[in-house]
Design a protein around this ligand. Structure first.
Ligand SMILES: [Zn+2]
Length: 365
């Protein structure tokens, strides 16, 4: 089933009904909620323009309950669609799971949810192949079959993949993952993605040159040095210009190098590169989009200069009893609500629809 077919008709069907009171800063400030108050009773800030959050996660142990909570939160925030990603696991993590675990429950919301796959399987195969150096025809065949199986089953694209992922307290995922971005299986995935007209969603901490582990992270479990990855990333981007690569988490920088300047240089050089905006009030990182609730001028300038290349990817996690904070999702809304209306419409919705429009598939190669 083509993603675009499920995607387009719902744009006009959003509703803001039920959102009555807006108290800016309530969720972001992390103030305690009244005792025993379910998330529905907290006050939520809606987006001024209907939007799509293109990067969220759920509790895979209760997909149906998580989706119920997610869809409730979406309605309250004026989100018309959310893209739910699998988590990017290493090959040795016994907890790893992939899209099949959550796809059946998502079918209840065909207009509101899309699922990305490959976090446990494609990502593990990429990391394993990078470690062993085995990218034989048999490995490539198995990888291709798995990628195409995910699309057949209903995954809308590939994600979340990761070629540089730290172990840190803010993430439930406890795998250190590292590989060059241009390994043979990543290049192969770019060709598969281009052939099917679907993007790849990649988590990769920005490391222009090999560097010591950033302060504040522990080694072990992280290694003492982090290998440079931007040159390899650019080789991936150049490998197949029809492959749309979404670099997740702009504005949530853990190395100090995911600057607006680096993003600008890469966007200028690579027309097939897109970026997700993430703002995390609890762990703002080193080059945050929001400071004291305000979009920073250098980020705003970048969004304005590349209005077709950014989308919202809050990285919000939703569980069945979402008593927890919606702080990441709400921070995304806060970003959107500060953008000029035409830019908010593009970043909030139109760019996602275009990037995920599977009818743009490249020639078979
Ligand atoms: Zn991520």
């Amino acid at each position: 089933m083509r993603f675009a077919g499920r995607f387009r008709p719902m744009v006009t069907s959003f509703s803001v009904a039920g959102i009555a009171v807006v108290v800016v800063g309530y969720a972001l400030a992390g103030q305690p909620k009244p005792a025993n108050s379910p998330v529905e009773d907290t006050r939520v800030v809606p987006a001024k323009t209907a939007y799509i959050d293109a990067h969220v996660h759920i509790d895979h142990q209760d997909p149906a309950g998580s989706f119920r909570a997610l869809v409730r939160a979406m309605d309250r925030m004026n989100a018309v669609k959310n893209i739910v990603l699998t988590e990017p696991y290493g090959p040795d993590d016994p907890a790893r799971w992939d899209a099949e675990v959550i796809l059946p429950a998502a079918k209840k919301y065909p207009d509101k949810l899309a699922i990305l796959g490959g976090g446990a399987t494609l990502n593990a195969m990429i990391l394993q192949s990078a470690k062993t150096g085995d990218a034989s025809p048999a490995v490539r065949r198995k990888f291709t079959e798995r990628a195409e199986e995910l699309l057949r089953e209903g995954a809308a694209a590939f994600g979340e993949l990761s070629t540089e992922h730290f172990i840190q307290p803010s993430s439930p995922l406890k795998d250190y993952e590292s590989a060059p971005a241009d390994t043979p299986l990543m290049l192969l995935l770019a060709d598969i993605a281009a052939r099917h007209g679907v993007p790849i969603d990649l988590h990769m901490e920005a490391v222009p040159q090999t560097m010591p582990l950033p302060a504040g992270l522990n080694s072990p479990p992280n290694p003492p040095h982090i290998p440079g990855n931007i040159a390899g990333f650019e080789r991936l981007l150049r490998h197949n210009p029809h492959a749309k690569i979404i670099w997740a988490h702009a504005g949530a920088d853990n190395t100090g190098y995911r600057t607006p300047d680096l993003c600008r240089r890469l966007l200028e050089s690579h027309p097939n590169l897109y970026m997700e905006i993430k703002a995390d009030p609890t762990y703002p990182g080193k080059n945050p989009v929001l400071v004291n609730g305000k979009v920073q001028p250098e980020w705003l300038k970048l969004f304005q200069d590349f209005p077709d290349r950014f989308i919202i990817g809050s990285d919000q996690h939703y569980g069945p009893n979402s008593q927890g904070s919606l702080s990441r999702a709400q921070a995304s809304v806060l970003v959107l609500n500060q953008l000029p209306a035409d830019l908010a419409r593009k970043i909030g919705r139109e760019n996602v629809l275009r990037i995920y429009d599977g009818t743009q598939a490249a020639e078979r190669r």
